[in-house]
Design a protein around this ligand. Structure first.
Ligand code: ARG
Length: 590
């Protein structure tokens, strides 16, 4: 079933092409009609003709009679489009009986590498890693659902000069004590203590430097100690991933150390291509267009004067590996906005070197900061940076109290109550993160994200659970189950029952349902899960209005009741699937 918006856009494009090839119809959902076409205004300016004349020409030539009831020019030159009831009924019926809810797999799947999470060994994950993990997880789910081949890569920071100091600190503490500290998730105190010794003690600094050399030359004992640090940290990261419920596994770890053996050839290749410049002993590439504050060309340092390779060299080797070994056609870097310039420079150099070929797209999926209520970087009350596990545990505790306050489903067992609190708490944190335009900073606000009203995770989960409860009641014959505590399995509604859209709220819900494929497509194209969030919120709101005006189980006629069950059932399926593509659970009852 082709997506309604796409179908409409294609028909309008044909009409616009006749006036000026490639002109954008600018199709938008509308409150007054179903859709509004705004492209006539820009085109009129371009062609030097009155906007209404352009709009008239679009109305006259666009082939829309099979889908629309009304197509008319309004205002200065907008075109309002009202879909016909017959068309809507037919499309909704198709969607209701389609296991894929109208989402077609893409005709040409891409190989999409998603670089996300990427915490650093022996360092606490910070909220930036939370954002990367949550956004990346959702993108993997969305792209995978659309039929792309997704390769998850966790670019863990597990290599480089800090490991000299970390290994020496591990030795000073004694291996057993160090392991104990790290396995308790005390990554920050471990890292900070190492840092303090490094800053205060010249002998320690010298030992650290020698240790880096041993590590790079592959000394077995040094490598063993390095492995201890890596394994302990990964065990801790896995704990966070388990609490979050994300797709990442240890198989997805492709840390910086993996690229270490490939670094010399990166430098050699750049030299052979004549791109390498010696600058004060360092080997650099100067990609055109990048300058510092004073307008001087900015170098991407590939090898430092002490022969050591840096973060940039690793990222260059990594791009080459993703294109050559993995066959990537699209590479998404879910990394915070402070690294924008680093990534843009890496992409530019990789293009110059021919590693990022024509047909391979590298994109920085940038995101902003999470702020505290004081609008500064999020901290705990004590002023330390927030520890991620604590934050997630607090989310679940708060969700649990919110459930009690709100009055929860009486039939929930204790085990179910705990599972629902977890789904609500973690879902609230994820939704708060995903629903904002990702490039913007946002304020972390417990009360807002856990509210059952408004654009929140719990609101969407509640809308879903409410529909499921309609089906439980329908299955129980419209009356509550006789014995409290009896769980009646909610039957799948008869999704083949004929649909009617007599009430405006039924019609609005149908139009909202049919927007699902377009919303998912936009989220995938722009690597922007907030587009899916906005859609699901709109759908829930349409459902809420529908449910206020159109009784379902108490509908006057059997046919109306069945039609409304199809609309409600399809809404529940879209909500459940949409939430799962955001990485959020949709409990049956709450
Ligand atoms: N480990 C880095 C950090 O914590 C993020 C790595 C992002 N990915 C990359 N390919 N550079 O800042």
């Amino acid at each position: 079933m082709p997506d309604v918006t796409a179908l409409l856009a294609a028909r309008l494009q044909a009409a616009f092409d006749r006036l000026s090839p490639g002109a954008d119809p600018v199709l938008r959902p509308s409150d007054r009609a179903d859709f509004q076409v705004n492209g006539a205004l820009a085109l009129a300016k371009q062609l030097g003709r009155p906007p209404r004349a352009i709009a008239d020409a679009v109305v006259a030539t666009a082939e829309l009679s099979d889908m629309c009831e009304r197509v008319e020019v309004s205002g200065p030159g907008f075109v309002n489009i009202v879909l016909s009831e017959e068309f809507l009924v037919q499309r909704v019926a198709e969607m209701a009986t389609d296991p894929r809810l109208g989402i077609e797999a893409v005709p040409v799947p891409e190989v999409v590498v998603v670089d996300y999470s990427a915490p650093n060994v022996a360092k606490e994950m910070h909220v930036g890693h939370l954002r990367s993990t949550v956004i990346g997880d959702s993108l993997c789910r969305i792209l995978g659902h659309l039929g792309h081949r997704v390769v998850r890569e966790n670019h863990v920071g597990d290599w480089g000069t800090p490991f000299g100091m970390l290994i020496e600190h591990l030795n000073d503490l004694g291996e057993a004590t160090a392991v104990h500290e790290l396995s308790a998730g005390d990554l920050n105190s471990f890292y900070q203590a190492a840092r303090r010794s490094f800053d205060a003690d010249e002998v320690f600094r010298e030992r650290s430097r020698r240790r880096v050399v041993l590590l790079q030359s592959g000394d077995p004992e040094t490598l063993r100690l390095w492995r201890v640090l890596v394994d302990q940290s990964i065990a801790y990261f896995d704990e966070v991933y388990a609490k979050l419920g994300v797709l990442l596994t240890d198989d997805d770890i492709r840390g910086e150390s993996f690229y270490n053996p490939l670094l010399p050839s990166v430098v050699e290749d750049l030299r052979a291509k004549g791109l390498l410049v010696e600058d004060e002993g360092a080997r650099c590439v100067f990609p055109p267009g990048f300058t510092n504050r004073h307008g001087d060309p900015l170098p991407l340092i590939v090898q430092k004067s002490d022969e050591g390779y840096g973060y940039a060299a690793t990222d260059l080797a990594c791009i080459r590996d993703r294109v050559d070994r993995l066959g990537a056609t699209r590479i998404l870097y879910v990394v915070g906005s402070p690294q924008a310039q680093h990534l843009e420079m890496c992409f530019a150099v990789a293009k110059m070197a021919g590693w990022l070929r024509e047909g391979v797209e590298a994109e920085h999926v940038s995101f902003g900061h999470i702020l505290g209520s004081d609008h500064k970087m999020l901290r705990t009350r004590a002023g330390a940076s927030t520890k991620l596990v604590d934050l997630l545990d607090e989310a679940v505790t708060r969700a649990s109290s919110a459930m009690t306050e709100r009055g929860r489903d009486e039939d929930l067992s204790e085990a179910e109550r705990i599972a629902v609190a977890r789904a609500l708490g973690i879902g609230a944190v994820k939704y708060a993160d995903l629903s904002n335009d990702r490039t913007r900073d946002y304020v972390f606000d417990w009360d807002r994200m856990l509210a059952f009203e408004g654009d929140t995770g719990p609101y969407l989960q509640y809308a879903h659970a409410r529909i499921r409860s309609i089906f439980r009641r329908a299955a129980a014959g419209g009356t509550p189950p006789a014995e409290a505590g009896t769980v009646v399995d909610a039957e799948v509604p008869d999704s083949t029952a004929p649909v009617s859209l007599a009430a405006p709220q039924e019609r609005a819900l149908a139009v909202a349902l049919l927007g699902y494929p377009a919303a998912l497509g936009a989220a995938a194209k722009d690597a922007e899960p907030s587009k899916l969030c906005a859609y699901l919120y709109e759908l829930s709101s349409a459902f809420t209005t529908f449910y206020e005006h159109c009784p379902v189980l108490r509908a006057p006629e059997r046919a109306t009741r069945e039609s409304r069950l199809v609309l409600a059932g399809t809404t529940a399926r879209v909500l459940r699937e949409g939430l799962s593509l955001l990485g959020i659970e949709a409990p049956e009852r709450m």
